[in-house]
Design a protein around this ligand. Structure first.
Ligand code: SAM
Ligand code: DTB
Ligand code: SF4
Length: 354
């Protein structure tokens, strides 16, 4: 496979397992080559998260502090007021984030809540930030409303392999998740979908999760790889630690399989050494959550992340998408207009016998 081969959606488990089985240095070299063929290797996309509705969730996701099924001592909160969300978004932008991700502990949004949520999208977007939401399952009408409000990304994770899924969640199915992802794509939004490692799954499950993500066509633009945050009170509070090297391998394999996607080093960074994070960037991770909090659990302090970026020579990725394309289009239009004016002036000069 060449570094710039077209993205594939037909990865077999044997192929994926073979990538995982490569000598670590070979895997990272391959991942770096592919990474450099598609991205600025030192740019990292920076997103900030906010929980806009916290806790009391009817779903039973065994990893989640927000599930109403477990006692995690979490302070529940109703849907936040729009002004509070905008205030947080403004602070995230001032701190250097280019995308603002809003998460709600819902199985799916109620239509009456969507009115408020749409306004959040409009107002956050008006600040010049990209917008992302994760609100649970959505139907076609809800997805269209979010897309019309200007929502750029919808996050909905597959979380784990189809085989292991039933060990983690019983209140919604894997196909429910795939259906929401298809609905989001159909509505024209960008897709953010990934999973969680370290939930007691085996190596085969990690391969199968990546296989499912890569089967999505097009690939999700954003692929969050979360390391389980073990929250007391959840059934996974005592899950066995996943070897960080295995976690880095998964990032490298994701990079190779989904070469054009942003792979996000997501939850779990607070518990990770700087060296592990540096290896994750080397393996092709090029996005992070930035800010002192994820949804309900901790994330590295912003100044620690700034220091890490400086140490590693990384810089926040500029919003290259619409902004630069727009400004390029504006510049080209201005140049064309200037040329027409010059030509007209020359014609007039000839007519006037100058
Ligand atoms: N309720 C919505 C849903 O599940 O679709 C959106 C919010 S939910 C908290 C978003 C994602 O956060 C989950 O799909 C899961 O991948 C991730 N997550 C939740 N708790 C986590 C934990 N303890 N460690 C790592 N990731 C976690
Ligand atoms: C994702 O994949 N990880 C983020 C985001 N998408 C919404 C959430 C991580 C949550 C970690 C646990 C918490 O803070 O509640
Ligand atoms: Fe609810 Fe989402 Fe947590 Fe599952 S992951 S319990 S759906 S908030």
């Amino acid at each position: 496979m060449t570094a710039t081969a077209a993205p594939r959606h037909d990865w077999t488990l044997d192929e994926i397992n073979a990538l995982f089985a490569l000598p670590f240095n070979d895997l990272l070299f391959k991942a770096q080559q592919i990474h450099r063929a598609h991205f600025d290797a030192n740019a990292v996309q920076v997103s900030t998260l906010l929980s806009i509705k916290t806790g009391a969730c009817p779903e039973d996701c065994k990893y989640c502090p927000q599930s109403g099924h477990y006692n995690t001592q979490l302070e529940k909160e109703k849907l936040l007021e729009i002004e509070k969300v905008v205030e947080q978004a403004r602070a995230a932008k001032a701190a250097g984030a280019s995308r603002f991700c809003m998460g709600a502990a819902w199985r799916s949004p109620r239509d009456k809540d969507l009115v408020q949520v749409e306004e959040m999208v409009r107002q956050v977007k008006a600040l010049g930030l990209e917008t992302c939401m994760t609100l649970g399952m959505v139907d076609g009408a809800q997805a269209s409303r979010l897309a019309s409000a200007g929502l750029d990304y919808y996050n909905h994770n597959l979380d784990t392999s189809p085989d292991y899924y039933g060990e983690i969640i019983t209140t919604r199915t894997y196909s429910d998740r795939l259906e929401t992802l298809a609905t989001v794509r159909e509505a024209g939004m960008k897709v953010c979908s990934g999973g969680i490692l370290g939930m007691g799954e085996d190596a085969q499950d990690r391969s199968a999760l990546l296989q499912q993500l890569a089967r999505l066509s097009p690939h999700p633009e954003s692929v969050p790889i979360n390391m389980l945050v073990k929250v007391p009170g959840t059934p996974l509070e005592n899950a066995e630690d996943l070897d960080p090297i295995e976690f880095i391998r998964a990032i490298g394999v994701a990079r190779i399989m989904m070469p054009q996607s942003h792979v996000r080093l997501s939850a779990g960074r607070e518990q990770m050494s700087e060296s592990t994070q540096a290896l994750a960037f080397l393996a092709g991770a090029n996005s992070i959550f930035y800010g002192d909090k994820l949804l309900t659990t901790g994330n590295p302090q912003a100044d620690r992340d700034r220091a890490l970026f400086t140490k590693l020579g990384l810089h926040p990725e500029q919003r290259e998408t619409c902004e630069s394309t727009d400004s390029q289009a504006t510049r080209l239009a201005q140049q064309a207009q200037q040329q027409r004016l010059n030509e007209r002036a020359a014609e007039l000069a000839v007519d006037a016998g100058v």
